[in-house]
Design a protein around this ligand. Sequence first.
Ligand SMILES: Nc1ncnc2c1ncn2[C@@H]1O[C@H](COP(=O)(O)OP(=O)(O)O)[C@@H](O)[C@H]1O
Ligand SMILES: [Mg+2]
Length: 363
Amino acid sequence: MSEERKAMLVLENIHKSFGRVKVLQGISAEVKEGELVTFLGPSGCGKTTLLRIISGLTKPDSGKVILDGQVINDVTPDKRGIQMCFQNYALFPHLTVARNISYGLEVHKWKKERIKERVEELLHLVRLDGLGDRRIEELSGGQQQRVALARALALEPKVILLDEPLSNLDANLRVQMRATLRQIQRRVNISTIFVTHDQVEAMTISDRLVVMNRGRIEQVGTPVEIYEKPNNEFIASFIGYVNILEGEVKRIGKGTEPLVVSTQLGELEILSDEKELQVGKHVYLVIRPETIRICDQGEEGETNGFQGTIASVTYAGSTVKYGVDIDGKELTVDEYDPTTRGIRSMGDRVRISIPRNVHLLKG
Ligand SMILES: Nc1ncnc2c1ncn2[C@@H]1O[C@H](COP(=O)(O)OP(=O)(O)O)[C@@H](O)[C@H]1O
Ligand SMILES: [Mg+2]
């Protein structure tokens, strides 16, 4: 990904209230050319409202929507060059697939021949070759989703907006469609805003994530940045499961030496690039379950090693999730490939090791 790509869509300090409810409270963000940015946040945080503002269906109270360098606040939805795909697809059930896709082209008075060509091209793009004459009702959910996408792409918009596009599909299909959607998006290279409340979906599909909560942006970053260096507890626990340990800085290391943080488990050595930490400072350690290791028997000399007892066991095929009780504090630990390693039992005494490079949040 080149860093010089221009900003295709810029949102500048968007505010929106419905009555006394402040739904959006100063949203500023940008989507670069060809980029797929996901707005991720819990239900009710304002995602759909934001998409409606971008597409022109809802007016913001203040703030600017800028498309390709032009402020478009006063441009009507049909003239914006932005296409929105609604959560329920909003297809015409009694029309054929082809007519659903060609609808916008007809409105724009394209010639019959050109429409036919374009529809074929789009059917091929979304892998529905040969299904142009089917009626929408005869399609599966995943196929309907692709018709909606083809329709949105028909007029080659500058930006497409996808509002929880996969939420009506069952789990397996959702995973497949994620990959398909991403491939298509890469091929057409259209700037895309994807909206979801599903963090795994967001992590797997996006160039960048914008994490929203209660009408505000909490953090913007690549999936790896957001997962590994969440800005606050909300993001840390929203993006996958985490163990959070409260502690106090006990000692600051010199140079590359680790910090020492005292927690309810005891003292932990932590390597942090966090600046401006003083002794006595209140901090939180964000510890992902897959980074904690259950040591093999007789293994010695681990840093941040603690003795505990298996308090719960949840088998999930490729992983086992253990609750490990350490002096009354329970940590969740994920162990992969349990069949090879052997599944532990409730009450087993184990020694765990917490890595030194856990993420640290200032309290
Ligand atoms: N037209 C409206 N009138 C009144 N309240 C609305 C309207 N649209 C959305 N809201 C409220 O705004 C908040 C955010 O809604 P929405 O943007 O749909 O959230 P999300 O898509 O993130 O679930 C909710 O509390 C919702 O009830
Ligand atoms: Mg919504």
